[in-house]
Design a protein. Structure first.
Length: 716
C-alpha cells in the first residue's frame, strides 16, 4: 500500500543514467525552444566541472541519435516531430501506461512522469516525444479531453489523521489519499465508493472523498454492491422513482380494452426460469378454420405505463438494462412495474404488444401482423415443467406445448439452413446458502423448452425489424433501432483455423457467408462432448464481432437475418422500449425520428450492455474464487484456457473455475510468449505450453479482493 510520507533529504550522487534522463526529460518538457549547454547545466542545477563535461558528451550522443537537432551553432533543440494525437489512455499499476490512438495505429508508451495523472480509459491528447535511437516511441499527455472514471471502489485503511482507499482493481499505481473530514462515516475495513477530487501535479497519490459506504468487506451484499459500483453501475433504486411508480394506476379501463385485440379467451401461457418474477413474454396458440395455427408472441406493453421523458423513463434509459449477478437481479425498471404491473402473471388481464403469426404444419409463415392486445395468461410454466411435458408427452396443455415445440424445431432448422450459427454454450450457475456463500457449482444447458421460447422470440424480433426496415426500393426506411452483428474478423478467423488444426479440425475462412457459418456449425458439432469443446467454442466466439444496437442496419450475421431488432424484453432492456415507441409512432403515421439522436441512444445502450456483462462475469469470478477458497492444496485436472506474457490461465474441468499459473513459477526455464501460436515456449529446453493442453494443477492461493485464483503445476 502506498503512503504519503515526508521525503528524506539525501546527498545521493547522481549517476550518469540519472543525468541522461534529466537531459532527455528537459528537452521533452521544453520541446519548442533551443538551449546552449550552459543554459541546460544551469537550469538542471549541475555545477560540478565533471557534470558539465558529461552534459557536453550527452548532447553529442543525443545529436548522433537524432534525438536533438542543432538549428543554430552551439544551440540544441528537441527533434520533436510535432505530432499530436487523440485517443484513449490505458493506465497500468506497474507504471507501463499506454496510449491507444483513435486511428488504431500502434500503441504509444507514456511514462508516469508524462501522464498528467490521466486515468484509465480517459480520452486524451498527446504529443509524440522525440525518439531516441533503438527506443520505443513515447508520448506525453498534453490534455485530458474526457474523464472516463472518477469513482473507485476499495477498502478503507483508516489511520489517525487520514485514510487511504486500497483498491480492489489495480488500475492505479497508488492508493487514494482521503482526508479525515472526507470519510463520510467510513471505518477501517469498510468497502467504500470514493471520488477523486484532485491529483496535484507533484503528489504521488490522488486525493479523494467517500461518496458511499457499501458495508464491511467480505460480506456478500457488500461485495456484490462493490462489483456494481466498480463498473459504475447502480446498486440501489432511487426511492423517489419507486414512489412515482407506486402511484401508477393498475386498472385496465374498458376504453383501453376497446382499442386493442382481445386475446383473453385464447389459450396463453408463459415459460420462464424457476426463479423469474418479470414475465415479459407469453405465447398463445389456437388452430384456425383453415387448419393452420395462429401463434401469438405477446410482449408486456411497458410503454403504456412509462411515458417518454418521465422520471422512470429517464432512469430506465440511463440504466439501459437489468443486471443479473449470481445471486440477484438489479432491475432496469422499479419493482412495481417489472414484477407487478407489466409482468404477465397468470390469471390476470395484461396489456401487450404482440406479433401474431399464421403458420402451416411445416412452420411456413403465411401471414403476420403486429397489434396492441390484451391477454389473460392461463398458466405459468417453468422451463423444467415445459421440458418434462416435451419429454413425456404428459401434462397441462400438452398438445399445445408439443405443437409449439414441433413448430419451433422447424423454424430453427430453416434458420440453420440459411446460415445461422449454433453457439449453444453452457452457463455456470451456483447453489448458494442463505448468506450468499456458494456450496456447489452446476451448469445450465439450453434444452428444447428454452429453444422453443427462443425461436418464437427471434421470429417476433425479426418480423418487427422487417416491418419497419424492409421497404420498397424507391423508399427510404424510417429511423429504427436494429440489433446488428457484423461479419467475423478475417484475421481472427485465420488464427482460429490455425489453432484448431492442431486438434485435427478444419474450418472455411472464406467463401459465401452461408458456407463459412455452416463450416463453423460443423466444427461446433464435431467438438461437442470432447475435452476441447469449451476451449474451441470460446476461441470461435472471440473471432466473432460483438452484436450491438444501431440505426444503421447491416443485418445479423450470427442469426442469418437481414433485419433484426430487440422487441421482446422491454421490462429488462431499454432498446426494446425504444422499439415499442417507434412502432407506435410509425403505425400511427408519424414522421421519422432523428437518426443522430437515436444512434447516440443505441451507442449508450450497447455500452451499458457490455458493462452489465462485465459485472455479471465479475460476480461469477468472485463466487468461483469464494467456492475454491476452502480447497487450497487440492489437486484437479484442468486445461490451459489462456496464455499471456505474465503466465498461463487454466480452467478446472469439473467446475470451470479458472486460475493463473504465474510465469515466475515456471522456473525450469525462461519462457517466452508466442502470441500467434497461443503458447509459452522455453528458450533452452523448447518445452511449450499451448492453449488446450491438459494439466494437473493444485490450488495455491484464493484472493477474493482481486477475484483471483492462483494455481501451481503438479508434475505427473
Amino acid at each position: 500500500m502506498s503512503k504519503n510520507k515526508a521525503p528524506h533529504k539525501t546527498d545521493k550522487r547522481k549517476t550518469k543514467t540519472d543525468i541522461v534522463n534529466s537531459v532527455v526529460n528537459f528537452f521533452n518538457r521544453n520541446s519548442t525552444e533551443s538551449f546552449s549547454p550552459k543554459q541546460i547545466t544551469e537550469k538542471l542545477g549541475f555545477k560540478k566541472p565533471a557534470e558539465k563535461q558529461l552534459i557536453n558528451n550527452i548532447l553529442y550522443n543525443l545529436l548522433e541519435d537524432d534525438f536533438i537537432v542543432e538549428p543554430v551553432r552551439g544551440k540544441y533543440k528537441s527533434n520533436n516531430r510535432g505530432l499530436f494525437l487523440e485517443g484513449t489512455f490505458e493506465r497500468r499499476s506497474n507504471g507501463k501506461n499506454f496510449f491507444k490512438p483513435d486511428d488504431e495505429s500502434n500503441n504509444i508508451f507514456i511514462a508516469e512522469r508524462n501522464s498528467a495523472h490521466a486515468m484509465n480509459g480517459d480520452r486524451v491528447k498527446i504529443q509524440i516525444l522525440a525518439k531516441r535511437k533503438g527506443r520505443d516511441t513515447e508520448g506525453e499527455v498534453l490534455e485530458i479531453l474526457e474523464r472516463k472514471q472518477t469513482t473507485f471502489v476499495g477498502t478503507l485503511d483508516v489511520q489517525k489523521q487520514f485514510a487511504f482507499l486500497v483498491m480492489d482493481s489495480k488500475i492505479l499505481a497508488n492508493d487514494i489519499f482521503i482526508p479525515k473530514d472526507k470519510l463520510n462515516g467510513g471505518k477501517d475495513g469498510d468497502k467504500a465508493l470514493v471520488e477523486i477530487v484532485e491529483w496535484p501535479q507533484k503528489a504521488k497519490n490522488p486525493i479523494g472523498k467517500v461518496l458511499d459506504i457499501l458495508g464491511q468487506a467480505g460480506e456478500n451484499n457488500t461485495e456484490m454492491n462493490a462489483i456494481l459500483a466498480e463498473f459504475g453501475l447502480p446498486y440501489k433504486y432511487p426511492e423517489k422513482i419507486e414512489a412515482f411508480a407506486n402511484k401508477i394506476p393498475d386498472e385496465i379501463t374498458p376504453e383501453e380494452i376497446a382499442k386493442r385485440e382481445d386475446f383473453r379467451n385464447t389459450l396463453t401461457f408463459t415459460i420462464d426460469p424457476r426463479d423469474a418474477k418479470d414475465f415479459d413474454d407469453a405465447l398463445s396458440i389456437k388452430q384456425i378454420k383453415n387448419g393452420r395455427w395462429e401463434v401469438g408472441v405477446h410482449i408486456a406493453d411497458v410503454t403504456h405505463y412509462v411515458q417518454e421523458g418521465d422520471i422512470i423513463d429517464k432512469e430506465g434509459e440511463s440504466r439501459a438494462t437489468s443486471i443479473y449477478l449470481v445471486d440477484r437481479t438489479i432491475p432496469m425498471l422499479p419493482e412495481r412495474l417489472s414484477n407487478g404491473l407489466c409482468s404477465l402473471r397468470p390469471h390476470e388481464d395484461k396489456l401487450c404488444y404482440s406479433a401474431i403469426f399464421e403458420l402451416d404444419d411445416d412452420a411456413n409463415i403465411k401471414k403476420s401482423r403486429i397489434a396492441r392486445t390484451v391477454i389473460h395468461s392461463d398458466r405459468r410454466f417453468t422451463y423444467e415443467e415445459a421440458q418434462d411435458i416435451i419429454e413425456t408427452g404428459e401434462g397441462d396443455y400438452k398438445d399445445e406445448i408439443l405443437k409449439l415445440n414441433d413448430l419451433a424445431k422447424k423454424l430453427r432448422g430453416k434458420r440453420f439452413d440459411n446460415g445461422a450459427i449454433a453457439f449453444d454454450r453452457h452457463e455456470v450457475r451456483f447453489e448458494i446458502d442463505e448468506k450468499g456463500k456458494p456450496i456447489s457449482v452446476y451448469f445450465k444447458y439450453a434444452k428444447d423448452s428454452n429453444k422453443l421460447i427462443e425461436e418464437f422470440m427471434l421470429l417476433a424480433n425479426r418480423t418487427v425489424a422487417e416491418f419497419i426496415g424492409n421497404v420498397p426500393k424507391n423508399k427510404n426506411a424510417k429511423t429504427f433501432v436494429y440489433r446488428i452483428h457484423d461479419l467475423p474478423n478475417a484475421e481472427k478467423m485465420e488464427n482460429l483455423s490455425e489453432f484448431i488444426r492442431r486438434f485435427g479440425y478444419k474450418i472455411k475462412v472464406d467463401g459465401s457467408k452461408t458456407n463459412v457459418s455452416k463450416s463453423i456449425n460443423h466444427l461446433l458439432d464435431e467438438v461437442s462432448g470432447k475435452p476441447e469443446e469449451n476451449l474451441i467454442s470460446t476461441i470461435a466466439i472471440r473471432a466473432m464481432a460483438k452484436a450491438i444496437y444501431s440505426t444503421v442496419n447491416i443485418g445479423h450475421y450470427g442469426l442469418a437475418f437481414e433485419y433484426y431488432t430487440h422487441f421482446t424484453s422491454p421490462i429488462r432492456r431499454y432498446p426494446d422500449m425504444m422499439v415499442h415507441r417507434l412502432l407506435t409512432r410509425y403505425m400511427d403515421g408519424g414522421r421519422s425520428v432523428s437518426k443522430q439522436l437515436y444512434e447516440s441512444k443505441c451507442e449508450h445502450s450497447s455500452e451499458m450492455e457490455q458493462l452489465a456483462a462485465n459485472a455479471e462475469r465479475a460476480s461469477i469470478k468472485y463466487k468461483q474464487v469464494e467456492y475454491m477458497s476452502d480447497k487450497l492444496g487440492q489437486v484437479f485436472d484442468a486445461v490451459i484456457s489462456g496464455i499471456t506474457e505474465w503466465g498461463l490461465y487454466a480452467e478446472i474441468n469439473e467446475n470451470k473455475c479458472e486460475g493463473m499459473i504465474p510465469i515466475r513459477d515456471l522456473d525450469d526455464d525462461f519462457y517466452e510468449f508466442d502470441e500467434k501460436n497461443y503458447c509459452l515456449r522455453g528458450r533452452r529446453n523448447k518445452r511449450t505450453y499451448s492453449l488446450g493442453d491438459p494439466l494437473k494443477i493444485k490450488v495455491a492461493r484464493a484472493n477474493l479482493e482481486r477475484k483471483q485464483l492462483d494455481f501451481a503445476l503438479v508434475e505427473e
